[in-house]
Design a protein around this ligand. Structure first.
Ligand code: ZN
Length: 76
């Protein structure tokens, strides 16, 4: 089983990423480069803003990738 250590290492990384997400931190990994995504703006969601839903804009600190995310602040 020479492949086991590499697979375990990959699994550990995946679990660590999931745990970081489960803790509800604003830190997210860029899907393109794996860099740190940071929230750069928070505004009412264009469709669901009336329900208190927010739209977060995130920007990667390592490349130019950015994305928008629907966030419900009422959910913890
Ligand atoms: Zn990136």
């Amino acid at each position: 089983m020479t492949q086991a250590p590499a697979r375990l290492d990959e699994l550990e990384k995946r679990v660590a990423a999931l745990e970081a997400r489960a803790k509800g931190g604003a830190v997210d990994a860029c899907p393109l480069c794996g860099g740190e995504m940071k929230v750069v703006s928070v505004m009412p969601h264009p469709t669901f803003g009336t329900f208190g839903i927010q739209q977060h804009s995130l920007a990667c600190q390592s490349c130019t990738h950015s994305e928008k995310r629907k966030v419900d602040p009422n959910k913890s």
